[in-house]
Ligand binder design. Structure first.
Ligand code: BG6
Length: 478
């Protein structure tokens, strides 16, 4: 669909940026914080790029005021950040740590003083190690109660000031990389365990949403799903079936449960045939249905392209975590689909397809299938940035990437999609879980690398000034 002219962004639209606790805070054992699975996992030899970890990260915990001052200077309308469960409950449950709660109080209050809407993610992957040791984290239904109690503590403490909440960040990624590829904690490769843990994560998500309704009745809550809309590689009927398989197993499988409380039939039949389907106990469907979100949170980085894959075809592939272009290997699900490179799209140095129009496709598909408003909770470009001798970063490629994605959001809004907010990933540079510090996403350069923390100086990139202007321009339009 072409438009002769585009609708303006609504005056209430929130242009923002995002982060996650483990990737920025550092201070891994400060003020009573307990260890998370990431504190433990990153210390195991060979798990991350050059053995990087978040012990110091970009030291946001101790430089929070400076970082918020930069957000205020930029004019951000919203800032999405996550709360570290182990700052609130150092062992996941039991005794609450007041110092941890107080840190986020200060952050929230400071944001509000600058008219920046706080958007809180309750879970961005840093599961308390104590709960992993006690009952295997998401592999036990005991986590549902502990997670709900943790969420209720946050809703009660911050619900008067925070009205935008994200439950689980990218359940499909933390469960997939944790239990299919064995690349995230707990480093398991077992599909049956993966789908079982995934089902429990759905229940925890739904229970937290249900209790939110009582505690923050005027707030909005939803999960953030990593949505890569799928394209067929060509118009061969077998490619279309492969595309439908991938869209259903990778995407509907998650979003259908969030919104409707039910797994899609064909994906479930496939899992049953393979003997890896989750056990849906009596009462589960009711719990899932009672946890319908207010919006779909979408983290969009790239689309996917697939072709048919025979039963003896390719399975798990190798991820590029070095930034050496072309080092991603072939992958797929035998019998369902094979991931292909899209010849019409450029890729980043980490082999992620750059596809702004794919964001419009994602927004339209979600709108059509679920009829929910959408918050784009992440979108951005991870690249090598260069600090010039004059102390500048000319990241024109990031400006190009983000501006093209914003254009596509505007087209989707004109198409009729209800988009509430757009958060870039990320505000400052940060630790990329498996890719170290060299894969940079921020508007603010952090002067550190994998081996040297230096002084962690904050340096505004060219994109900082560009996004600042863009926000001001849209504010004047609205
Ligand atoms: C999302 C996560 O998967 O993508 C972020 O929510 C992450 O935490 C981002 O950093 C980019 O991924 P990566 O692997 O490049 O750091």
């Amino acid at each position: 669909m072409y438009h002769a002219s585009l609708n303006p962004f609504p005056s209430t639209f929130l242009f923002g940026s995002a982060s996650a606790a483990y990737q920025i805070e550092g201070a891994y054992d400060q003020d009573g914080k307990g260890p998370s699975v990431w504190d433990t996992y990153t210390k195991l030899e060979g798990t991350t790029f050059k053995n990087t970890n978040g012990d110091v990260a970009v030291d946001h915990y101790n430089r929070m005021e400076e970082d918020v001052a930069l957000m205020a200077e930029m004019g951000l309308k919203t800032y999405r950040f996550s709360i570290a469960w182990t700052r609130i409950y150092p062992t996941g449950a039991g005794e609450v740590n007041e110092a941890g709660l107080a840190f986020y109080d200060r952050l929230i209050d400071l944001l509000l003083q600058h008219d920046i809407v706080p958007m809180v993610t309750v879970y961005h992957w840093d599961l308390p190690q104590a709960l992993m040791d006690k009952y295997g984290g998401f592999e036990s239904r005991q986590i549902i109660e502990d997670f709900t109690t943790y969420c209720e503590t946050l809703f009660t403490r911050y619900g008067d000031r925070v009205k935008h909440w994200i439950t689980l960040n990218e359940q499909n990624i933390f469960i997939g990389l944790g239990y299919r590829n064995g690349l995230h904690p707990p480093g398991v490769k077992d599909l049956k365990r993966m789908y079982a843990a995934n089902h429990i994560a759905f229940l925890a998500n739904a229970k937290a949403i249900a209790s939110f309704r009582n505690l923050v009745p005027d707030g909005k809550i939803g999960p953030s799903f990593a949505y890569g809309p799928i394209y067929p590689a060509d118009c061969k009927p077998e490619s279309i079936i492969a595309y439908e398989n991938a869209e259903e197993l990778n995407n509907h499988f998650y979003m259908d449960v969030y919104v409707n409380g039910e797994y899609p039939d064909m994906a479930m039949k496939y899992l049953e045939r393979e003997g890896i389907a989750p056990t849906v106990e009596p009462g589960d469907t009711e719990i899932l249905k009672a946890g319908k979100p207010d919006f779909m949170g979408v983290n969009y980085y790239q689309s996917g392209t697939v072709s048919a894959n025979p039963l003896d075809g390719v399975g798990e592939g190798k991820m590029n975590t070095t930034g050496k272009k072309g080092t991603t290997s072939a992958s797929g699900v035998p019998g369902l689909f094979r991931n292909e490179r899209n010849p019409h799209l450029e890729t980043t140095n980490w082999d992620w397809a750059i596809d702004p129009a794919g964001l419009r496709v994602a927004l339209r598909r979600i709108h059509n299938r679920y009829k929910l408003p959408i918050i784009i909770s992440e979108n951005g470009l991870g690249e090598f940035d260069k600090l010039t001798e004059n102390g500048e970063v000319h990241d024109d490629y990031r400006i190009d990437y983000i501006s093209k994605h914003i254009d596509e959001i505007q087209k989707a809004i004109t198409d009729g999609v209800d988009v509430l907010a757009y958060c870039t990933w990320s505000f400052t540079d940060l630790l990329s879980w498996l890719n170290g510090y060299q894969k940079r996403y921020g508007f603010v350069y952090i002067d550190r690398d994998e081996t040297d923390e230096k002084e962690l100086k904050r340096i505004k990139k060219k994109s900082f000034y560009w996004y600042k202007d863009l926000i001001a321009r849209h504010a004047n339009e609205g």
